[in-house]
Design a protein around this ligand. Structure first.
Ligand SMILES: [Zn+2]
Length: 311
């Protein structure tokens, strides 16, 4: 997967997992100072642990998506067990509860009528992994430019209004962003590059993930004279605006391809800039720079034959 605003639907591994993710509540609150060692507030999962999570996820996705070869019955139970044996026990004690819960899944594949129950059990097991992820943190709700990750009150409100359904825009510091992508890659059995990813919308959690510097730039649009900024900064602002608009379009157009989403976003840039209190001239300049300088950086599957009118 190349450069992109988001990994598309790759993040969504199943509706069931989605609900699980949505229900996760961070065990420790906003400061992160109390050390609850076994959750997102504690030590991040190590490379070795994430390697195990990836193998475990690969197995759970097969269960959720019913990807095993055998029909329900003894053969399917055996196939499921063999795959789980390949995953093997987790490298650390804190992941053992999920492993132990997962062991109850395979026997449920013996009957067609208990397949659904098997997925419920996988969901239970998943619930024991998810709290270790940084996205389980209850990020501090913040209004403006910070140097720490935050759930952005203003951008969340704007996004929620735009789609008429509440969304949380999560703005991640560079360090947290890397952890977020690392964990999501393991969870989704994916290989996104944190340096090439700008954001994504998670339809399961109604969250839009963005980089903190892009969020902070959007906050400056209303309070500074953007037309006096250096051109590179203006282009970066145009790009930030496009990321924000793009992820919102994913909510409005849940089945659209990346290029359709990007086209729809391009048409909204001016309006979004104005909603962020840019002047009409500033909004026009950013929309123009998107066309002349930012858009060409996108990978091919984000570009289409849509006209380049920016509304
Ligand atoms: Zn996208």
């Amino acid at each position: 997967m190349g450069i992109g605003r988001d990994p598309g639907t790759a993040v969504v591994r199943s509706a069931a997992a989605a609900v699980a993710l949505a229900l996760v509540v961070a065990a420790s609150g906003c400061t992160g100072e109390s050390s609850t060692p076994d959750t997102a507030s504690g030590e991040p999962l190590s490379v070795t642990e994430l390697g195990w999570v990836r193998e475990y996820s690969d197995w759970t996705i097969d269960v959720y998506d019913e990807e095993f070869d055998s029909p329900p019955g003894r053969e399917l139970v055996d196939e499921c067990r063999e795959r789980l044996d390949e995953v093997g026990p987790p490298p650390t004690e804190r992941l053992e509860p999920s492993w132990e819960r997962a062991a109850a899944v395979c026997p449920l594949l013996s009957e067609p009528g208990s397949l659904r129950r098997a997925k419920d059990v996988v969901e239970d097991a998943d619930d024991l992994v998810l709290p270790f992820f940084i996205d389980s943190k209850e990020l501090v709700l913040g209004e403006s430019g910070t140097d720490r990750s935050r759930a952005d009150l203003r951008l969340s409100a704007l996004a929620s209004t735009a789609v008429d359904f509440s969304q949380e825009v999560r703005c991640w510091s560079d360090e947290d962003w890397r952890r977020l992508i690392r964990e999501d890659n393991a969870w989704s059995v994916d290989s996104e590059d944190p340096d090439e990813l700008y954001g994504w919308q998670d339809s399961d959690t109604d969250r839009i993930h963005m980089r903190l510097d892009q969020c902070n730039l959007l906050h400056r649009l209303g309070s500074e004279d953007v037309l006096r900024w250096k051109r590179d900064d203006q282009i970066e602002a145009a790009d930030s605006l496009a990321t924000f608009a793009h992820e919102i379009q994913h909510v409005l157009l849940p089945d659209a391809d990346e290029d359709q989403v990007e086209c729809a976003a391009a048409k909204e840039l001016r309006r979004f800039a104005r909603r962020l209190d840019a002047t009409g001239d500033e909004a026009g300049q950013l929309a123009q720079l998107y066309v002349t300088d930012a858009r060409e950086e996108l990978p091919d599957d984000y570009l289409s034959s849509c006209d380049e009118s920016t509304g």
